[in-house]
Design a protein around this ligand. Structure first.
Ligand code: PMV
Length: 316
């Protein structure tokens, strides 16, 4: 039997970086997915095939020795083998509909889909159990993950979260399209987070004032999302981008992408850590095509909607 699970990509709509210093952020899952298929084998090995590379190790080799982005997947397989005292090997195949390393949450989606798929080989697990396994797995490579990305992947929809662990799924579902454009520049989240820390240490007053302004902006954004006021929401995105410019996480490529998108859409900003990665532009059916063609002239881009499916599991 093959156990199959899929989980969505995520996007940070508002609040990246400021969240590290106590603010809130708003994120949503989108309709681009990672699918993981797994089946038990008699090889005594853990075999993984994905666009991020291939891995074949003995199941008794600890995940800690796996020097690869695939370490969380090895962790999940070993955790399940241990829990269920299994003698089997396992073959795992990962397929993604979106690129990795550009702030779209490929690592979390991979962990959630792998936790869903691999746990499915050993019986039923609740979504809460799968979320816990996925967050523990992601911690094997990102020790300080807030868990918000994995939560969005499991439940879908749109959520607000803060670093102290507060995660709230919004009960309403705004209607909009996003155009996601990829700068093609991969970034290191931890490097960009350190740059912002340096900015904060050197310019404490400016940074603290920006944190206050961002907190107000997030409250406005939550109200706009609730009444689906895309005109105002777009303006808030553009304003959020200005704050991100001030703390130094934008660059020329992102600026030129945002300026391509700005006139066609309701508003645009970088998403995630910045200094590369992706931008998002807010649209609906009236301006989606225009926005996408403005960006597609120079950049890889796709349109996305909020995903409501979250984690899905099945078998074949
Ligand atoms: O680019 P991503 O998806 O890794 O997002 C990073 C978001 C930050 O706020 C910059 C860091 C964090 O831990 O929240």
């Amino acid at each position: 039997m093959k156990s199959i699970a899929s989980a969505p990509a995520k996007i940070i709509l508002f609040g990246e970086h400021f969240i590290v210093y106590g603010g809130k952020a708003i994120l949503c899952s989108i309709n681009k997915r990672i699918t993981v298929e797994s089946e038990l084998t008699k090889t005594g090995q853990i075999e993984i095939e994905s666009s991020l590379g291939k891995l074949k190790i003995s199941k008794s080799d600890t995940y800690k020795n796996t020097d690869s982005v695939l370490r969380p997947i090895v962790y999940i397989a070993q955790r399940m083998f241990e829990k269920f005292h299994s003698e089997s090997g396992i073959k795992i195949t990962i397929k993604a509909e979106f690129p990795s390393g550009v702030g779209l949450g490929s690592s979390s989606a991979c962990c959630v889909a792998a936790a869903g798929s691999i746990s499915g080989l050993f019986g039923n697990h609740t979504k809460e159990e799968i979320l816990k396994i996925a967050i523990d797995a992601e911690r094997t490579i990102f020790e300080n993950t807030s868990g918000a990305d994995c939560t969005a992947c499991v439940y879908g929809g749109i959520l607000e979260y803060s670093k102290d662990g507060h995660i709230r799924k919004l009960e309403f579902l705004p209607k909009f399209d996003l155009v996601v454009a990829n700068s093609g520049i991969t970034h290191s989240t931890s490097k960009v987070v350190s740059m912002v820390k340096q900015f904060k240490d050197e310019r404490q007053e400016t940074f603290s004032s920006l944190c206050t302004q961002e907190a107000d902006l997030i409250e406005d954004a939550l109200a706009c999302l609730q009444r689906n006021d895309l005109t105002k929401l777009g303006k808030l995105m553009t304003q959020n981008q200005e704050f991100l410019e001030k703390i130094g996480v934008s660059n020329d490529t992102l600026r030129s992408m945002i300026s391509l998108a700005k006139d066609a859409s309701y508003g645009a900003k970088l998403t995630g850590a910045g200094d590369g990665g992706c931008i998002i532009a807010l649209a609906d059916k009236t301006n989606l095509e225009k926005t996408q063609s403005a960006l597609a002239k120079k950049y890889e881009c796709f349109s996305a909607k909020i995903d409501t499916r979250g984690l899905e599991q099945g078998s074949a």
